[in-house]
Ligand binder design. Structure first.
Ligand SMILES: C[S@@+](CC[C@H](N)C(=O)[O-])C[C@H]1O[C@@H](n2cnc3c(N)ncnc32)[C@H](O)[C@@H]1O
Length: 248
């Protein structure tokens, strides 16, 4: 049986259904999974961790950015490991408002995005975006390599100061404060560096929990192709309406 997309246009396809069933049937190898699952941190009706999705994601890609909380990642660490996902790094998205009403903890105004890969590190894309350096350029080219107090040994490399710097691991950007079409919608500016890092131009991104389709739309704007799966038809209809109106 051929799987038919719910909606498809200009390199972006959306499927309706449970991503744990749909992903293995897609028959694709994507450059990147970029996703934002239900964290399972609350007792809200929709916030239920979909058991088994981590293994299903491994059927379509060897690289993944996954949004989540520390609580979520620590609780499900064994599932990532069992599916062959190796942790490479974490980013922090610093928002402007907190989501935790409890007064016995720090006001939480951030989320994590963790990067995982399977197999060989040099077989997955890791093109760290660069941003313009603030202030005067050092204008130097230096031989580096050796031993640093805080790193231990690191291999030889040539450092060329071209006036840019590696994007830092903290992304400061306000959240959408209910102005999006999904309650947990991720802003385009937060998604852009993750997509550029993990998927080459013309490459394929898969989002198993597409929600508003913000990830897919951003991917296509960056010249990538995108496939999303969403379990709720109501949410999918809102996503399609936004895509058709190019309302992003
Ligand atoms: C945290 S939201 C993702 C929001 C998205 N990042 C955005 O920017 O709009 C998770 C989404 O996954 C969907 N979902 C939950 N379980 C699913 C499953 N097993 N298969 C597909 N979608 C599912 C929910 O309906 C929800 O829209």
């Amino acid at each position: 049986m051929t799987l038919a997309p719910y909606w498809s246009r200009d390199g972006l396809s959306l499927y309706l259904g449970d991503s744990r069933e749909i992903l293995p049937q897609l028959g694709v190898q994507a450059d990147l999974v970029l996703t934002d699952p239900p964290y399972g941190d609350t007792d809200l009706e929709w916030d239920v961790w979909p058991e088994g999705w981590v293994a299903a994601a491994a059927t379509v890609s060897s690289a993944m950015w996954c949004f989540g909380s520390m609580r979520m990642f620590l609780k499900h660490q064994a599932e990532f490991e069992a599916a062959g996902w190796k942790f490479s790094q974490d980013l922090v998205w610093e928002k402007n408002t907190g989501t935790n009403p409890m007064t016995d903890r720090f006001r939480r105004i951030h989320e994590h995005a963790l990067h995982f890969y399977r197999g060989r590190w040099d077989a997955v894309r890791h093109a760290t975006p660069r941003i313009l350096r603030q202030g005067p350029s050092i204008g130097a080219t230096r031989q580096r390599g050796g031993r640093a107090g805080h790193l231990g040994y690191y291999g030889p490399s040539v450092y060329v100061d071209d006036g840019t710097r590696l994007h830092s691991s903290v992304i400061h950007h306000p959240n959408l404060l209910g102005k999006g079409i999904h309650t947990t919608q991720k802003p385009v500016k937060v998604l852009q560096p993750l997509l550029m890092y993990g998927c080459p131009p013309g490459g394929l991104v898969v989002d198993p929990f597409a929600g508003s389709a913000a990830t897919l739309w951003t991917a296509v704007q960056l010249g990538r192709r995108a496939i999303g799966v969403e379990g709720s038809e109501e949410i999918l209809q809102r996503a399609v309406a936004a895509l058709e109106a190019a309302r992003w």
